[in-house]
Design a protein around this ligand. Sequence first.
Ligand code: NDP
Length: 322
Amino acid sequence: MTAHVIDGRAYAADLRAQLTDEVRELVAQGAQPGLATVIAGDSYPAHAYERRVRRLAEQLGLRYVRETLPAEVDEADAVAVVGKLGADPRVSGILVLRPLPPQVSEAALYRALDPLKDIEAVHPVNAGLLALGRPRFVPSTPASVFHLLDRYLTESGRDVQHVYQHSNVVLVGRSANVGKPAIMLAMERGATVLSCDVHSYTAGLLYEHTSHADILIVAAGSPGLIHGEHVAEGVIAVDVGINPVNDPDTGKVRLVGDLDFPSVSERGEAITPVPGGVGPITDVWLLRNTIRAARMALGVATARPLLEGMALQPADGLLNVG
Ligand code: NDP
């Protein structure tokens, strides 16, 4: 078997076309959505992500603000910047880029966010709403994983609900921003969900678990962690990992995922590549959430569900919580 390679760039292009129309509608209603990013220090991946979302925001016609803080910034000053953006009516959505310098706690910055502008659902209120199954925003990476899966399953002619309800979904990695929200989304779809982290690996159980996955989602940040021998024949494998490695042939840095692509492709039904899988959709989803926040601020009903095909209901009536 050679797996079908799911084209995340094509899915992202379709989402982007929808967003262009939505921005046009909003502008016609007298509003211009705005995205603000907060970046502290000189982390290469954070700056690379910031550049991608800035370019996309500008292409879509969103207002864009970047707050660049020095690596030695005080936590209180960083909190004040996040608070200032919350009070700025030109800003619809705020992204705090990670990693933060060690003296600035993520929790402190997340608490300082205006929950109505918290497009990555990291404020405790929004994380709680997601855990309750009533999300205001679905964080962009896990949302992209399930957008991609839902669309692939639909296009391959299956009853999507039936597939999830009869699937073992195994997640490797349970960070607050990727793995844990993805667990919630898999559970909401009625899947049987198994969550693994580094303890599963050190206990020698990780590959036993991954070999029972019908759908495998890997977000560990460990290059080539999962090989073909660790997955079942016919698995649908989604690779969230983005790991820079030195290519011994070219001497250059290249990006690889957490799956060993060649060997997993030999056994899987479908696989996402790195780059070109989840990543491009994530970038667009962040802008989608920003536009959603702008609609909420305007009091305009959202044009689209939070995530197509999901049973979750948006946090209607709870929009002013927090
Ligand atoms: P974190 O480092 O915050 O979390 C990694 C998780 O994986 C943790 O739960 C960790 O366990 C677990 N883990 C680490 N090693 C192993 C292992 N050997 N076996 C099992 N579990 C393991 O990373 P993120 O969640 O932020 O990101 C994960 C990856 O996804 C990274 O490569 C990142 O670059 C990428 N990423 C990609 C995005 C995209 O759009 N495609 C967006 C965001 C991230 P423990 O908690 O016990 O340490």
